[in-house]
Structure formats: structure tokens, C-alpha cells
Design a binder for this molecule. Structure first.
Ligand code: TGC
Length: 391
């Protein structure tokens, strides 16, 4: 599927909207997933294993903090970042999630809000995949409403003392540095907490039915003492974490279409080969309708993601536009993955085929970085002028 002139599934010739550099980047990431992820992903998923060793390989590929400039970061465009997210998520949402948590959340927080010393200390080695970061915002009772967080950082004469709990924190148990959002006397602030800091505990949440090749943790902070230099000086209030979420949500709008495309391709190939009642499944009208409905939504969703990317590269992307992209593309991707599974029949419930793995992963994707409901209400507020989040 590398050339729109020979790719019958790129009906709209969307590849013709991409530059040679963009196509080359996509091809490199696609080759990487073909060699390093696809042969192993069923086993990693079955074993609930995140392969830590691929982090430096992804660093070398240039996809960690790839939209950031300086400090060893690749400085690629938003569209290139989106294309990479699409290819990574076509292999597995857990792998794309690693890249999002590392680059869009943890590295973006440091890049956007950190001091010069913090950027120098962490970003180059995070871009190389030598060090891993995480982003601790969500709490056991504060998911969609982070303003109700209870994690608190108390200022002392020589720094801060952090107490509280976070939940669903990707990579926390293997992170070298945590970006932790906490309430203070002056409102919500961000803190950098290096691995090994006394009083921090990160426990993977298991067992999971989704995102199994990825780690999400409960984290507790019990009287954690931090120096004055732990605070991110540039971030004050929820705008700090929300600005990072914008980056991750944008990547998801692309990534979800990768999972959808891979599900569609698996179903298309299977339908072409599998005989039923003496001829290929692909020759039946009901199968063709399913495949066509999937393809229509993949083409529309990919065009939407590309439009968001061009807006972002032009500096005009607004949060409600990101919400529209994330809401639509994840919602459609789940439908596509589930529909693709029906074409695979009983074989579709095994790990030999990707659609049900994608569908299960996408349950997490539709929940994190703003649920379907949150993005619906962000759009509702935008069009009516009335916020409906709170009673
Ligand atoms: P609101 O009063 O509207 O805004 C508070 C301040 O934030 C600013 N702001 C934004 N800034 C940048 N980008 C955005 N998208 C922003 N949205 C709001 C706003 O301008 C204001 O700034 P200031 O300076 O005036 O104070 O806040 P609200 O609480 O009323 O917002 C409601 C709502 C529902 C939209 C918001 O709470 C929301 O988006 N909730 C969803 C939270 C969410 O997405 N959580 C995801 C957690 S992180 C995660 O899932 C990581 S998973 C990856 C992993 O670790 O594995």
C-alpha cells in the first residue's frame, strides 16, 4: 500500500496530497513496524509485555518527541508526526501509546514548560529513547475532570512535599522521570519526579483486556520530598497539562485510522482467500458492503487527520478541531475493527489476526485523552456557547 496508483484501497488518491518527504518518512516507519513490531506483537499482547528494548530503536527512527525542535529532538512537521502515529498504531495501539506518552505528553511538558536546565537534562536522552518519561494527571477519582485532583504539593523552606495518588499512568513503573500535575496553594503546577525518589510507588494495573502490550499504573506519592528545581516554571493552571493533551489527542486522530486500516486490510485479504459455499467471501454482496463501508470511513478519517495536520503546521489548529478528529476517528475505527472481525468469522477471535486486538485496544483509546463524551461536550460548548460539563 505504498503507491496510490497501484493501491486500489486509496480510492481518493490521498497519497497524492503528501510530499515526497512525508511519503518517505511513512515508508521508514512502516518498514520498522514490519520488521520489529508485527512479527512479535501477538506474543507481546498475549504475554502483556511492553518491549522496553524498542525505545532506543524508536529513538533512532526519530519518532520520539518528533514534532519538537532542539535538545536532540527531530523537529519534524505535524503531518509527519501524524503519519508516524498512523503506521505505529497500524501495528498496535500500545506501541503508538508509548510514543505518545513519551513525546506528546512527557517531552512536550518539559519542552513547553520546563527550565533550560530541565530541558538539557532530560530531552536529548528521551529523544534517543535512553530515558523514559510518563505524564501523571489522572487520579482514581479525577479522570474527565482533572480540576478535582487531590494530589497536593506543599511548599517548604527547601522545596516541596508531594502527597497523593494517580491512576492509569502509562509507563510509570519503567519511567526515568515522571511529569506530575498537583494542586498547590497557587493552583495546579507540574513537577518532575526522577525515578528512585523516596515515597513514590508505581504498580502496573493488571490484568487488562485492552492495550496489553503497554503498561498503565497506579502511582502513589507519600511524603515525596522534591527540591525547588523540581517545578516546571512555565506551567500554571490546567492550561499546562491540557496543552500537552492537545498534542496527544492530535496524534490519536491519525493513529486510530492506522488501526482501522490494518483491520480493513486483514479482512480484505482474508475475504479474498477464504472460500465459503464454493467461492471467495469477497464475492458476496454482504461482504463487499462491509468492506466498502469500512473503506469509506477510513478514507474520510484519513483526510480529516491530514486536514488537521495541515492546520497544525500552519499554526491554526484549535482544540475543538482536535476534539472533532479524535471523537470521529476513534469512534469509526472501533466500528471498523469490529466489522472486520465479523468477516474473519471464528478465526477473528484468535491472535493470528489483528482486528479484535485493535478493537480491544481502541476501547482504551476512546477513553483516554478525553472520552467520547468529553469531546462531544467540548464541541457542544463550542457550537452553543454553553458549557454542559458541570451540573
Ligand atoms: P476550563 O475551565 O475550560 O479550562 C481550564 C484552563 O485550561 C485551558 N484549556 C486549554 N488549554 C489548552 N488546550 C486545551 N485543549 C484547553 N482546554 C482548556 C483554559 O483556557 C483554562 O485556562 P486558564 O488559563 O484560563 O485557566 O477547564 P474545565 O475543567 O472546565 O474543562 C472541562 C474539560 C472537560 C474540557 C476538561 O476537563 C477536559 O478536557 N477533560 C478531559 C481530561 C482528559 O483528557 N484527561 C486525560 C488524562 S491524560 C491521559 O489520558 C493520558 S493517557 C496516556 C497514558 O498515560 O497512558
Amino acid at each position: 500500500m505504498s503507491d496510490s496508483t497501484t493501491n486500489t484501497s486509496d480510492v481518493l488518491a490521498l497519497d497524492s496530497l503528501l510530499t515526497a518527504d512525508e511519503l518517505a518518512l511513512r515508508e521508514r516507519v512502516r518498514d520498522f513496524t514490519a520488521q520489529r513490531i508485527r512479527p512479535n506483537i501477538a506474543r507481546w499482547y498475549e504475554d502483556a509485555h511492553f518491549p522496553r528494548a524498542i525505545a532506543p530503536e524508536l529513538g533512532e527512527l526519530g519518532v520520539l518527541g518528533m514534532h519538537l525542535e532542539g535538545y536532540g529532538c527531530p523537529g519534524r512537521t505535524a503531518v509527519e508526526y501524524g503519519l508516524a502515529a498512523m503506521e505505529l498504531e497500524a501495528s498496535d495501539s500500545g506501541i503508538r501509546t508509548f510514543v505518545s506518552v513519551q513525546g506528546s505528553l512527557a517531552m512536550t511538558a518539559i519542552h513547553k514548560w520546563g527550565s533550560e536546565a530541565q530541558k538539557e537534562q532530560w530531552l536529548p536522552r528521551m529523544a534517543a529513547g535512553e530515558l523514559i518519561g510518563c505524564f501523571a494527571l489522572t487520579e482514581p477519582t479525577a479522570g474527565s475532570d482533572p480540576s478535582s485532583m487531590t494530589t497536593f504539593a506543599r511548599q517548604t523552606t527547601d522545596g516541596w512535599v508531594l502527597d497523593g495518588a494517580k491512576r492509569w499512568i502509562g509507563l510509570a513503573s519503567i519511567a526515568d522521570v515522571m511529569v506530575v500535575w498537583a494542586n498547590t496553594e497557587d493552583g495546579i503546577r507540574g513537577f518532575l519526579v526522577p525515578a528512585g525518589t523516596s515515597g513514590v510507588t508505581a504498580t502496573p494495573i493488571e490484568p487488562k483486556l485492552s492495550m496489553r502490550a503497554s503498561i498503565q499504573c497506579d502511582v502513589t506519592f507519600d511524603g515525596v520530598r522534591l527540591g525547588t528545581d523540581a517545578i516546571l516554571p512555565g506551567a500554571s493552571g490546567l492550561r499546562g497539562p491540557f496543552s500537552c493533551l492537545n498534542e496527544a489527542r492530535y496524534g490519536i486522530a491519525w493513529g486510530a485510522m492506522g488501526a482501522a486500516r490494518d483491520s480493513y486490510e486483514a479482512a480484505l485479504e482474508y475475504a479474498g482467500n477464504r472460500l465459503q459455499f464454493g467461492r471467495p467471501l469477497a464475492g458476496y454482496q454482504l461482504t463487499q458492503e462491509k468492506l466498502v463501508n469500512m473503506l469509506v470511513e477510513i478514507q474520510k478519517g484519513t483526510m480529516l487527520a491530514l486536514h488537521l495536520g495541515r492546520l497544525k503546521d500552519a499554526g491554526h489548529l484549535e482544540p475543538q478541531q482536535i476534539s472533532l478528529g479524535k471523537l470521529n476517528n476513534v469512534r469509526e475505527a472501533i466500528k471498523i475493527a469490529r466489522e472486520a472481525r465479523t468477516i474473519l468469522g471464528g478465526n477473528g477471535v484468535t491472535l493470528d489476526y489483528s482486528p479484535l486486538r485493535h478493537a480491544n485496544n481502541l476501547e482504551s483509546v476512546r477513553t483516554y485523552e478525553g472520552t467520547d463524551e468529553v469531546h462531544t461536550l467540548i464541541l457542544g460548548q463550542h457550537i452553543t456557547g454553553i458549557g454542559a460539563f458541570r451540573g
